[in-house]
Design a protein around this ligand. Structure first.
Ligand code: NAD
Length: 481
C-alpha cells in the first residue's frame, strides 16, 4: 500500500497556475509523498453560473482528502458572486487562520530585521457572519457575532500552537473598552484559557495601540490571536512589513479539513508572464507538509527556499539592486530551489521541524459549563422615525398605554437622547427605545402586546432586542450619556 497522502489541489486563476506548477515541481523533487486530486474552482466556475465558484463534486474531493492546497482565484467583478474563501472556510469549519510573518533581513528589504510573528486569526465569526440589514432610510446594520465556543477554540489553538512551536508568548488583540460584550467575551476567554498554559506568557492589547506596536516594532510580538476582522487586516499589515505580501503563506485549520494557500490574490496583471513569486504558495505548502506529518520534506523545502533567498536569486517583487544577485522568473526560481534541496541557509536561521510537530490538535476543546440563569427583564424596540425631536418621541411613546413595562430611555446611535439628552447630539432616523419590566421580569406575551400598542400608535418598529440578565448580570450594553 502506498504511504502517499491524498491531497486536493486547485490551480486557481491569474498567476495561480504558474505558482502552483512551480510549487508542485519543488514538492515532487523534494520527495513529498502525495497523491494529488485536482479540482476546478474560481473564475471559470463562477462564470459557468455557480455563484460560489466551486462545483459540488469539488466538495466531495475536499471531504475525502481533508487537505486542500489552493492557488489564488479571481472573483469576477459585479454583483452576485460569493467569496469562495469565505464559503470554504465556513462550510468546512476552518476556524483558525494561521499566518507566520517572518523577515529575511538582509536578503529581503524590511524596516524590521528581526520580525518573526505568527498571527492566529479567528476565521468564522465576528462581522463575517455576513448578516446585514438596511433598517431605515439612513441606517444599515451588520451583526457582530462572537460565541464562547468560537473564542475557546481559537484561543486554545493559539496556545497549543505556541507550545508545539516553542513560542514563548501569546498576545490577544481586542477592543473591549468599546465592545464590552463581544470583544469582552474574547478577552475573558483568553484570560481563562491562559491559566492552563503557565509556561507561556500571556498579554493583551487594545487593538488600536496593539496594531501600532505590531507595525513598529514587531519584535515584541510572538503569537498574536485576534477576532476575525482585526486578524484580516493585521495579518496583511504584518506580512507586508516583514518584507512582502508575496512571501507569506497561511493555513486555515478546521476540526476535519485544512486549507493551505498564499495570502496574496491572483494578480491578474502579472499572469502568464513567468513573473510571479511562488514563495507564498510554497510556504503554504510547507505548512501543509508539517500538517500531514511530512516534516522531513517540509524542512528540506523550507531550507532550500531560504538558501535561494540568501543566494540572491529573487523574483521581480523582492529584487533590490545591490542586495539581489539574479532576477529570475517563476520557473527559474523553482529550479533554483530544487537545485538547493538538501542545503541549508548560512546566515538566515535554518528551520528544523520535528516529527510530531504536525497539526496542533484541532479537536473541539470546548469547556463544559452549566448554562447561566437567563431572565427576560426588558426589551429594546428600534423605531424608524423621522418626524420630530427626541423629546417629542419620548412624550409620544409615554402616551402609548403599555402593560408590565415602562419606557426607560431612548438612544440614537447608542447615545442617550431621552430623558437626559444633550442638545448637540445628532440624531438619525434610527431610535432605540428601551423598556424595562415594572416588576423584575416580563414575558414574551407582554412584548407582543407592547409592539402591538406601539404599532397601533403609528410607529414603525424595525426590530427588537430582548434584554436578558444572565446569573443576575445585565447581558446588554447601556447607552452613552
Ligand atoms: P493581489 O494580491 O492579487 O495583487 C496585488 C499586487 O501584488 C499585484 O498587482 C502584484 O503587483 C503583487 N503580487 C501579489 N502576489 C504576487 C506574487 N506572487 N508575485 C509577485 N507579485 C505579486 O491583489 P488584488 O489585485 O487586490 O486582487 C486580484 C484578484 O485576486 C481579485 O480578483 C481578488 O478577488 C483575488 N484575491 C484572491 C485571494 C485568494 O484567492 N486567496 C486573495 C486575495 C485576492
Amino acid at each position: 500500500m502506498s504511504n502517499n497522502v491524498p491531497i486536493t489541489v486547485a490551480h486557481g486563476d491569474g498567476i495561480g497556475p504558474e505558482i502552483m506548477a512551480a510549487t508542485l515541481h519543488i514538492l515532487k523533487e523534494a520527495g513529498a509523498r502525495l497523491d494529488i486530486e485536482t479540482i476546478e474552482i474560481g473564475e471559470k466556475v463562477y462564470l459557468a453560473g455557480n455563484s460560489a465558484g466551486i462545483a459540488p463534486e469539488a466538495w466531495d474531493s475536499l471531504r475525502r482528502t481533508k487537505v486542500f492546497l489552493k492557488a489564488p482565484i479571481t472573483t469576477p467583478q459585479g454583483g452576485g458572486y460569493k467569496s469562495l474563501n469565505v464559503a470554504v472556510r465556513k462550510t468546512l469549519g476552518l476556524y483558525a487562520n494561521v499566518r507566520p510573518c517572518v523577515s529575511y533581513h538582509p536578503f529581503v528589504e524590511t524596516k524590521h530585521p528581526v520580525m518573526d510573528v505568527v498571527i492566529v486569526r479567528e476565521n468564522e465569526e465576528d462581522l463575517y457572519a455576513g448578516i446585514e440589514y438596511r433598517q431605515t432610510d439612513q441606517v444599515e446594520e451588520c451583526l457582530k457575532l462572537i460565541s464562547r465556543p468560537g473564542c475557546e477554540k481559537i484561543v486554545r489553538y493559539a496556545f497549543e500552537y505556541a507550545r508545539r512551536n516553542n513560542r514563548k508568548k501569546v498576545t490577544c488583540f481586542i477592543k473591549d473598552n468599546i465592545m464590552k460584550q463581544t470583544d469582552g467575551l474574547f478577552h475573558r476567554v483568553f484570560d481563562e484559557i491562559s491559566t492552563d498554559y503557565t509556561d507561556i506568557t500571556a498579554d493583551h492589547w487594545i487593538v488600536d495601540i496593539g496594531a501600532a506596536k505590531l507595525a513598529d516594532p514587531p519584535e515584541n510580538f510572538d503569537v498574536v490571536v485576534m477576532p476575525n476582522l482585526y486578524g484580516d487586516i493585521l495579518s496583511d499589515v504584518a506580512a507586508q512589513i516583514a518584507g512582502s505580501v508575496g512571501l507569506a503563506g497561511s493555513a486555515n485549520i478546521g476540526e476535519n479539513v485544512a486549507m493551505f494557500e498564499a495570502i496574496h490574490g491572483s494578480a491578474p496583471r502579472r499572469a502568464g508572464q513567468n513573473l510571479a513569486n511562488p514563495s507564498g504558495l510554497l510556504l503554504g505548502a510547507v505548512l501543509m507538509l508539517v500538517h500531514i506529518n511530512q516534516t522531513d520534506i517540509a524542512e528540506r523545502v523550507h531550507n532550500a527556499w531560504l538558501r535561494t533567498l540568501e543566494d540572491g536569486v529573487h523574483t521581480y517583487d523582492i529584487f533590490t539592486d545591490g542586495v539581489s544577485k539574479e532576477k529570475v522568473g517563476t520557473k527559474e526560481f523553482a529550479e533554483a530551489v530544487v537545485k538547493r534541496l538538501g542545503q541549508k541557509p548560512e546566515t538566515l536561521k535554518a528551520i528544523s521541524y520535528k516529527a510530531g510537530d504536525e497539526a496542533v490538535e484541532a479537536k473541539p476543546l470546548i469547556s463544559n459549563r452549566a448554562p447561566a440563569k437567563k431572565e427576560l427583564v426588558g426589551v429594546d424596540v428600534f423605531l424608524d422615525w423621522h418626524t420630530g425631536s427626541a423629546e417629542e418621541l419620548g412624550a409620544s411613546l409615554q402616551a402609548v398605554k403599555t402593560e408590565g413595562v415602562k419606557l426607560a430611555l431612548i438612544s440614537n446611535r447608542g447615545v442617550e437622547v431621552w430623558p437626559a439628552g444633550q442638545p448637540d447630539t445628532f440624531c438619525t432616523d434610527h431610535w432605540r427605545c428601551r423598556y424595562f419590566a415594572n416588576d423584575s421580569t416580563i414575558t414574551h406575551a407582554q412584548i407582543t402586546t407592547l409592539l402591538q400598542a406601539v404599532a397601533g400608535a403609528g410607529f414603525d418598529f424595525i426590530k427588537t432586542e430582548n434584554l436578558y440578565n444572565f446569573d443576575g448580570k445585565a447581558g446588554y450594553s447601556g447607552a452613552t450619556k
